[in-house]
Design a protein around this ligand. Structure first.
Ligand code: ADE
Length: 512
């Protein structure tokens, strides 16, 4: 049935190969079928028909895997990093046994539902194969940034596209397309069972809409090309064993290049078990460490998980110097990035995109009632496809660094809200003030705030009501956002929850 289907609709070849070629009849038939219920569930789910796929199969049933059956397929290969983890290949099938947390227990099964192996797997490598997932271009619930991250991969050429469900409230389906090495996003409207982007052409399914725009122009998009190739997810943790076990032996880490040096720590690129890239912050002197706060804070930080916050992976504190292990970001800090060749070439839309990513990360911190205290471009890191992540949150509380606590001259006055300087009143709203300064740094390609003012002058001027002028070519609405962040009264400043949609929704959907 599958081969016939692929012949009728060649565009499904990739999907078919992904779903069955690797895990199906690949010589593992010697395994025993241990669970006949699995086989039944499998057979049933394989006969489900997809809402979106109905057209593509010309009536033939599509082998979609229903989420109720607990059967999933691997989107990427994965190499086990601990004994009880399972290694698997793209396309392998799984029956999920326990789906709590981010590491699931699953059986790898063959097409008949027979168990080949049982173990622990990272959940974000699996797709349930339900109706929406079944199309190679359907990415489910996803933010603009994640879409951008997938589309910008060098594996995708012009016209590569995906359809996602917007994360923000009532936007619904969005078509994201790679054009001129940027992403364009189009809102897909849905009324009376019809999908459309402009009133002149509407379609009974997303599949039909996609097929139409493969041969018709859509605003700046000549025509849709290939379904976007999925980018392998970043590791959630070093391994499932490190989820609760965040103290790891130093011997598991090797140090490579030095990434930066500071008063209280040096940062190195390193490897965990000679395999996984990590950033290793080596604390220079425990004198500066508030020990009690350190362990408390590390427990909290370990729980923070967000696509725009640097993940803390582990600590090594059995001997000095202490190590703090975080994810590694290959393009370094945002300040240097903006001042470099790549940053200077960015257009205004890309700059606003980066600011929106920071607002997204800060919105999460705000929702967790956590305060950064030192938000600035130097504390944002840039990764592949210009993904930005906020770093060093929480550090201000645990490191008794003179920079943070004692030496007045080292307080980053230019980023600090006046009430934080005068009364030590740090809050989410003082972070918002700092965000306004960060926005200025971004829009001025890494310019120094208040040029010509020394740190002491800045506070006096701010209290008198002085505010920085807009950077050259900065759109008015962005400058208005900066000014709102610098309201003298913290209550008059927006929250990050307000700022996030303001920065995300500007001119976003060409046809909206
Ligand atoms: N700290 C300083 N540079 C870093 C990088 N590139 N990745 C992660 N953490 C860092």
């Amino acid at each position: 049935m599958g081969e016939t289907t692929v012949k009728i609709c060649p565009c499904l070849q990739t999907l078919w190969a992904r779903m069955f070629n690797k895990s199906g009849d690949n010589g593992r038939s010697s395994s025993k079928c241990e669970d006949s219920l699995d086989s039944r569930t499998m057979a049933n789910s394989v006969n489900n028909t997809s809402r979106y796929a109905a057209h593509s199969f010309n009536g033939a049933p599509q082998p979609s895997l229903s989420p109720e059956s607990g059967i999933y397929r691997a989107l990427w290969s994965f190499e086990a990093r601990a004994e009880d983890e399972l290694s698997f290949s793209e396309g392998d099938l799984f029956k999920v046994i326990d789906s709590t947390g981010e590491w699931w227990t699953a059986r790898r099964i063959d097409r008949n539902g027979c168990t080949l192996a049982t173990g622990i797997v990272p959940h974000n490598y699996l797709a349930s194969g339900e109706a929406d997932d079944a199309q190679p271009w359907f990415y489910g619930k996803m933010s603009r940034f994640e879409a951008l991250n997938h589309l910008m991969s060098h594996k995708n050429s012009e016209g590569a596209f995906l359809i996602r469900l917007s994360e923000t409230g009532n936007v619904g389906h969005v078509l994201s397309v790679k054009v001129d090495n940027c992403a364009r996003h189009f809102k897909i409207y849905q009324t009376d069972g019809q999908f459309y982007m402009d009133r002149t052409s509407s379609f009974p399914s997303l599949q039909d809409l996609v097929e139409h725009y493969k041969s018709h122009r859509l605003a700046s998009v000549e025509r849709l090309g290939q379904a976007c190739v999925r980018k392998e997810p970043e590791p959630l943790d070093l391994s499932h064993t490190t989820v609760d076990e965040w103290e790891l032996p130093k011997e598991e880490f090797t140090l490579e290049d030095r990434l930066g040096t500071g008063f209280f720590a040096d940062v190195f690129l390193g490897k965990w078990k000679n395999r996984i890239n990590v950033a290793i912050k080596i604390l220079k002197n425990n004198e500066y460490l508030n020990q009690r706060e350190f362990y408390r804070e590390v427990q909290i930080l370990k729980k923070f998980r967000h696509r725009h916050l640097i993940s803390l992976f582990a600590i090594c504190t059995s001997s000095e110097p202490y190590y703090i292990i975080t994810e590694y970001m290959e393009k370094g800090d945002l300040l240097d990035f903006l001042r470099g060749k790549e940053g200077m070439a960015l257009d205004c839309a890309c700059l606003v995109d980066m600011a929106a990513q920071v607002a997204d990360g800060m919105c999460y911190l705000e929702s967790q009632n956590s305060i950064h205290r030192d938000l600035a471009a130097r504390n944002v890191l840039v990764g592949e496809n210009n993904i930005c992540k906020v770093a060093d949150f929480g550090l201000a509380r645990i490191i008794k660094d003179p920079f943070y606590l004692s030496d007045e001259k080292k307080i980053p006055y230019k980023w600090c809200a006046p009430e934080a300087i005068s009364h030590g009143r740090f809050s989410n709203k003082s972070d918002v003030w700092s965000f306004g300064i960060l926005l200025h740094e971004i829009m001025s390609y890494g310019g120094v705030p208040y040029p010509g003012f020394n740190t002491n002058e800045v506070y006096d001027q701010i209290i008198e009501g002085y505010r920085m002028p807009a950077p050259t070519k900065c759109p008015k609405f962005i400058f208005d956002i900066m000014l709102s962040c610098w309201s003298a009264n913290p209550d008059d400043r927006p929250s990050f929850k307000d700022l996030k949609p303001d920065l995300e929704n500007v001119n976003r959907y060409e046809l909206a």
